[in-house]
Design a protein around this ligand. Sequence first.
Ligand code: C2E
Ligand code: MG
Ligand code: MG
Ligand code: MG
Length: 276
Amino acid sequence: QAKQAGRNTLCLFDPQMQAGLNKRAALEADLRMGLEQNQFKLFYQLQLDRQRRVVGAEAVLRWEHPLRGLVAPGEFIGLAEESGLIVALGNRALLDACGTLANWALIPAMAELNLAVNISAKQLSQQNFVEQLQALLSQTGADPRRLKLEISENLLLGSVENTVAVMQAATELGVGFSMDDFGTGYSSLTHLQRLPLTQLKIDRAFVSGLSNESDHAAIVRTILALGQSLNVQVVAEGVETERQLAYLMSCGCQYFQGYLFGCPEPLADFNARFNG
Ligand code: C2E
Ligand code: MG
Ligand code: MG
Ligand code: MG
């Protein structure tokens, strides 16, 4: 037994591992602090239709860190998920997004815009997710029909029954669901068919591969066909060139998002496009 303890102790004091743990613990404490101090902001990226009319936006988080500057989600969403902080962070983002929607409703040029918000699997699996959503909607006065929740395929790694029930209840409130990064995850077509989705988003990996890799073109066409048979909208994300846009248009894609039209930007900059 002493030997066992010795081994564990040895393991704990492995300097490299300890350094890793320290770094992780420090980042987690930093995240917690950032949340308390409101350092997380939503940035907004345009979404357009085939006529290049702006139909809405996707809201993505940025961490305005006092020392590190603007930090992208790739640097903190993973740890936020593992530590469970994503629930507080995501709920806060959802509240902000609903506030934005309610504000847009008062600006004639923005009143018709939809807003998509990313929701993590952990957030959606909370016991009272739908009650909280309903509370946020009534508290802010946001129109649920303008709100879209972007979920990812890893949601289907958990209980599909539960996921379907939560999505149905939220759908009854008027909220739509978009399957983000479609084509990169695990969803089986059987599961997909059971979800009350309103939209599929083609992952940007397939869009960026359009110019050179012909198998990506085949995947894009397949997702568009699937969208049609499931009777949901399809959005292409990560559109960076006119050529990608032209190809997506020729395949019948309805909605587009990407640097070609605009990067995620602070709310004031986004609103300024509409003189809002
Ligand atoms: P996502 O939801 O797929 O968001 C799209 C990402 O693609 C954004 O990265 C956006 O900046 C980037 N993007 C948009 N257009 C282009 C383009 O033309 N080219 C390229 N190369 N990239 C483009 P971002 O903001 O770094 O977000 C990364 C991911 O972090 C998001 O992927 C989403 O999964 C997650 N995330 C962001 N905000 C939230 C949030 O509030 N809650 C949760 N749970 N996850 C979030
Ligand atoms: Mg998204
Ligand atoms: Mg995506
Ligand atoms: Mg992504």
